[in-house]
Design a binder for this molecule. Structure first.
Ligand SMILES: Nc1ncnc2c1ncn2[C@@H]1O[C@H](COP(=O)(O)OP(=O)(O)OP(=O)(O)O)[C@@H](O)[C@H]1O
Length: 245
């Protein structure tokens, strides 16, 4: 996955907000990247435009050799369904469906037959084998997020985008979900790009990318939760000083 010169401006001339001011980044296969930065720095916008959920104002995003802006709306939807998985803070499961039905939904939407062996492996990895007939409301928050991860994995996507996947979970449950994402990268070789505010969550990644004002201001191999927290605090202080001037 890579993005080049990615720009996003919301609104019209007088009230234009530059959410992304030209972002270049490569996310190698089988790596886990945490995207961090102050509120409003463009993290979600980066995720949305890189994943083809929203159109950038300028620049390009590629999944493998495919440049997203060249695709028709139909082909973009097909690509999103087959090559990209999404995990959100709010789980976004369908309450009327069972765990199994939620997990296979992306396959059904893309008209693919479920690969039974892969699905067994996915369900086993997320530890939900004995919960397949339950409804999401009968599960804990951590279990619901594991269903969402299994659903994201069902189509064997090349890249999984996570927006604050542990934002609604307690520390221990968050740790379990993050270990699961780590194992998806290490054992299944998938690429994970995760937006998070939490330095501990970011410490599970291989690399931490920090955005400020729609630009990458740090892009480093992950230095540990403490250093990440220090860097973010420094960035917050610098921003406050700039705003006060
Ligand atoms: N639909 C929109 N219309 C106008 N402005 C928007 C829209 N979506 C986002 N923005 C603006 O773009 C900038 C970046 O927003 P974005 O949601 O990407 O930031 P973020 O880093 O994910 O923030 P947070 O950590 O608070 O979720 C912000 O200034 C935001 O107000």
């Amino acid at each position: 996955m890579r993005v080049q010169g990615l720009r996003k401006v919301y609104g019209t001339e007088l009230q234009a907000v530059t959410a992304l001011a030209g972002v270049d980044a490569v996310f190698d296969r089988g790596t886990f990247t945490a995207v961090m930065g102050p509120s409003g720095s463009g993290k979600s916008t980066l995720l949305q435009t890189a994943a083809g959920l929203d159109q950038p104002t300028g620049g390009q995003a590629w999944v493998g050799d495919t440049e997203l802006s060249r695709l028709s709306e139909t082909d973009l939807t097909k690509l999103r369904r087959s090559k990209i998985g999404f995990v959100f803070q709010a789980f976004n499961l369908i309450g009327a469906l069972t765990v199994r039905e939620n997990i296979v939904l992306p396959l059904q939407l893309s008209g693919k037959r479920a690969d039974a062996a892969w699905l067994r492996q996915v369900v086993d990895r997320v530890g939900l084998t004995d919960r397949l007939a339950h409804r999401p409301s009968e599960l804990s928050g951590g279990q619901q997020q594991r269903v969402a991860i299994a659903r994201a994995l069902a189509t064997r996507p090349e890249v999984i985008f996570c927006d604050e996947p542990t934002g609604a979970l307690d520390t221990q449950t968050a740790g379990e979900v993050l270990s699961l994402l780590r194992s998806v990268v290490d054992e299944a070789g998938q690429t994970v790009i995760m937006v998070t505010h939490d330095p501990v969550a970011a410490s599970y990644a291989d690399r931490v990318m920090v955005l400020a004002d729609g630009r990458i201001v740090h892009d480093v191999p992950q230095p540990g939760a403490e250093r990440i927290a220090e860097q973010l605090a420094l960035l917050g202080r610098r921003q406050r000083v700039t705003q006060e001037r």
